[in-house]
Design a protein around this ligand. Sequence first.
Ligand code: MTE
Ligand code: MO
Length: 373
Amino acid sequence: GPYAEEPIRSPKLIVQGEAPFNAEPELKLLVHDQLTPNDLFYVRNHMPVPVIHPEEYRLEVVDTNGKMLVSLSLEDLKKLPKHVVAATIQCAGNRRNELDAVKKVKGGRWEGGAISNAEWGGARLADVLALSPSSAKTIEISEAHHLCFEGLDTDPGTGAVYAASIPVDVLHRVPDVLLAYEMNGETLPRDHGYPVRAVVPGIVGARCVKWLGRVVLSKEESTSHWQRQDYRSFSPGVDWDTVDFTKAPSIQEMPVVSSICDHSLDGEKKTISMSGYAWSGDGKGIIRVDVSADGGKTWQEAALRKKGSQKRNETYDWTLWDATIKAPANGKTELVCKAVDSAYNTQPERAESIWNLRGLLNNAWHRVDVDKV
Ligand code: MTE
Ligand code: MO
């Protein structure tokens, strides 16, 4: 069948869907290293993984009318200057299960592991666009409002290819929008887009199109289902009878998020140690993470494992954190974390207030029930 040529995957991944393949690592594995190992990096596929022969691969850039502006082989792409960017990619559906528990949502299961961090190596999209003939450069590129990315994966039923777009202004703010062929110094794995994927730092995972075949310079957004009928969020009051997908913009920059990934009790010292991740979109770094062991009545600051390389408003990778907090005298407790980004944006207290019918963008305080301390 269409899923006969899927790659071999790590048994450490928690499989949330077999075909198409969707899987996330166990949360505590995410806080071992700043960089998520390639075989543990969450996988979100909408269709079978395509089989692409590197010698046949072409990356094409076309204008709105389909006129070819640039056509490159993999070798051509690798001849352009290589840039490396540390960037977290997160699925908009990360932590959907908590929204589903509030009220049923449509969408695949995700705990808090549909987020991972890697160093991506590849050519800058801007360098590829600069290869188009100068007449095209001045006319087509300056008039394009959106950059549409088309994948080479196709839906076995409908024949649709995965596609999504970003507004062109992103490229002006984020020089390292990459056409990546390396992940953590290795060849990009098949599940993550071999041979080439788009990496758009600070932007939702859905726009980081894998198995990238074409970039279309366009006056409008991608017309794909995933751009127009999905990956948009709505008021908690909107249901499937009233939803109008034209009324909400597509998700691009992500809000500030954090999760508790691991915790342990020191029975002797009567303390609880916790570790987790925090991240915000659009290059906003994390300036603080607050933790609580009493459901948010009292708070303490976590220690951030800050990276020296993180620059203000250009921090695209996550911040891991650790905290040790006094355990309540006895009984049940609720551990909580919330993060603050460089614009002082923080997270909403309850998932109820941000519930939406597709279960997207859950960045409520993360809570972990501890039965006995
Ligand atoms: N690109 C293609 N071609 N096909 C896909 O199904 N899924 C998108 C995006 N790019 C997808 C894609 C979604 S929704 C997410 S969250 C990320 O890829 C996941 O990237 P990863 O599997 O490398 O973690
Ligand atoms: Mo996603």
